[in-house]
Structure formats: C-alpha cells, structure tokens
Design a protein around this ligand. Structure first.
Ligand SMILES: Nc1nc2c(c(=O)[nH]1)N[C@H]1C(S)=C(S)[C@@H](COP(=O)(O)O)O[C@H]1N2
Ligand SMILES: [Mo]
Length: 317
C-alpha cells in the first residue's frame, strides 16, 4: 500500500481530498481486519462522520513540522479528550455536534492596551494561516501526530499590546451546560481554564489552531479556536476558547486545581518525572502496537529547553 509521507504532500494537496483518501485508507484497513491495530474505540459502533466543514486554501507549510506521518483523520477526530462532552474517548465525536460555534466571540482583557470583545473573524483574519504537523502527547501516555492549521499565538497577543505587567496568559473555554452536557457534572471545576507564562505564550511554536487536515476544526477538536502547545502534555492545549486574559499573577489551571500533586502549571513533557500513578517514560502512538520512548519536551527541546534554564523541572512539573 502506498502511504505518502508529509514531506511528499504539498500543503495545497492536504485538503478534503486527502481526508477522503485517508478515509478510504481506513476503510481498506478495516476490511483487511487490521482495525484493531489502529486502536481507539474503533471496535465500537462508529459514530457518523461530522459533515465536512469549510476547508482552507493556499495554506503555507509552517516551520517546526514533525517529519512523521500524521495520524489518520479518523484517529484525530474520534479519539479525543474534551470532558465538556464526556470522559470517554469517543464521547466528543458523538456529542460535540451540540456546540454552536457560529457566531463566536473572544474576550481579550487584563494587561493589554486594547482590551475588547472580538468576533472570531476579528481574531483570525489578520493572520496568515499555516499548516504545522505537531506531535501531541497526552499525560495518559498516548500520543498522536496532527496536521494543524493555525497561526502563532504570539502574533495575536502583540496586536492587543501587552503591558509591561503582563507575565502570564490565562485562557477560558466556553461555559454553557446547555451545549456542553459534561459541564452538568462536577468532574472539573467549570469552565476549563489554562495558562502559560508570557515567554511560553510568545514562543513561535505555540499555536492557535483553527483547523486540522486543511479543514476547519471539527467541534470535538476544540472548534472554533484552540490552543496547541506541542512540548507540553495535551491538557495545556485548551479547546473552544472564549477568553484570553493577560495577567500579572500565575493563573489557575483546571487540572492543577483538581489534583495539584498530579498536574503542575508547567506540564512540560518529561520522561524523567512520572505521574504519581503511572510512568511517563513511554507512550503509545495511536495506531501503533509497540510503545515509543517519550522524548523530553516531546522532542521540541532544542526549541524550548532554554525557557526553563535554572529551573528544577522535578519541582516545577
Ligand atoms: N476545554 C477543554 N480543553 C481540553 C480538554 C478538555 O477536556 N476540555 N482536554 C485536554 C486534553 S487532556 C488533551 S490530551 C487534549 C486532547 O486534544 P485532542 O482531542 O484534539 O487530541 O485537549 C485538551 N484540551
Ligand atoms: Mo490529555
């Protein structure tokens, strides 16, 4: 079977067509009885694919892309963590359609000279969108490779002119139990909140994603706007963002609030620091049988390790 590598695929080709091709590839695998090897709830009755959302044309390939083959569109959009729609990996694909993402607005406030409530279009339009293939490493010891569409968060923050007091960036997900049934249960202290230190937020690897596989984000992936911080455990990559606040103090984060001894503010991928209940030394790439060694900073150490010079990463986990 011909499996093309990302480097062979021009970004202009990574469109609905490649999604279609991936779907065909998946169906072929399933027919060959190999579905079990692709993991992730695929043995359950499969929910209907969401209607294909809008696609982006003329995406340019962004820097820092992983040379690895991305996971299939099916893996990326059917095996998710999005507790607002349930705690099962297949729940987001099944229920996130309840979320209405248009119209959408984002409040930008705190330590900025130009606070305000901006429409999604205001937020996205001034930015050239790129495709960046990034590894995502969940704290639960699985990983994926995802072709995101987005732009650097730092470029957005600059537009609102952070003041000299801005030391952190706080993010908030929509809070609406009507549309997000998981919020009717106290699994987490809703809404989901996350944060980055200012230098992490300004780092060119940190992306605001609006799509994947050349198309608008499906709801289960955090539509219409989500963060992607590839050197940190997946829980930092907050979905369906409605507020971005620049702050002087370190903001609270959902998983740290819920279990501070298990989830720190930094959450840098670190095989040397185990989660209290399991090892972080290895990971299972979704679709693979043999585990991989987890890399420090998820393999992005060359780009980001210097942000943490002099810090005890065992203490600041
Ligand atoms: N609002 C919100 N954002 C979230 C989560 C969540 O439950 N709610 N889960 C996080 C976790 S634990 C992971 S691993 C990633 C998963 O992203 P994916 O489903 O697109 O792979 O989203 C993160 N962002
Ligand atoms: Mo995660």
């Amino acid at each position: 079977m011909l499996i093309r590598h990302p480097s062979d695929i021009k970004p202009s080709e990574i469109t609905a067509e490649s999604v279609y091709r991936e779907r065909r590839r998946f169906l072929g695998l399933a027919a060959a009885g190999l579905a079990a090897a692709t993991a992730g709830g695929l043995l359950l009755p499969r929910p209907a694919l969401p209607a294909l959302p809008g696609r982006f044309d003329n995406l340019r390939p962004g820097p820092y892309s992983s040379g690895e083959t991305p996971n299939s569109y099916e893996d990326v959009t059917r095996y998710n963590n999005f507790y607002e729609f349930g705690t099962g990996k297949e729940d987001p694909a099944r229920y996130a359609g309840m979320l209405k993402t248009d119209p959408w607005s984002v409040t930008v406030d705190g330590e900025v000279e130009q606070p305000g409530r901006y429409t999604l279009e205001d937020i996205i339009k001034p930015h050239a969108l790129e495709e960046r293939i990034y590894r995502l490493r969940c704290v639960e010891a699985w990983s994926m490779v995802i072709p995101w569409v987005g732009f650097p968060l730092g470029d957005l923050l600059q537009r609102f002119r952070p003041t000299s007091r801005a030391k952190y960036v706080a993010f908030t997900t929509l809070h609406d139990p009507e549309q997000m049934p998981g919020q009717r249960r106290a699994i987490l202290d809703w809404p989901y909140v996350e944060g980055l230190r200012m230098d992490e937020a300004m780092h060119p690897l940190t992306l605001l994603a609006v799509g994947l596989y050349g198309q608008a984000l499906p709801n289960q992936s955090g539509a219409p706007l989500r963060l992607v911080v590839p050197w940190k455990y997946g829980f930092k990559s907050i979905k369906s963002i409605v507020r971005i606040s620049l702050t002087e103090q370190m903001p609270p984060t959902s998983w740290n609030r819920s279990a501070a001894h298990e989830y720190g503010f930094y959450a840098n991928v670190n095989p040397a620091v185990d989660h209290p209940r399991w090892s972080q030394k290895r990971e299972r790439r979704i679709g693979e049988l043999r585990k991989r060694e987890t890399l420090p900073f998820n393999g992005y150490g060359e780009q980001v390790a210097s942000l943490y010079n002099g810090m005890d990463l065992g203490k600041w986990f």
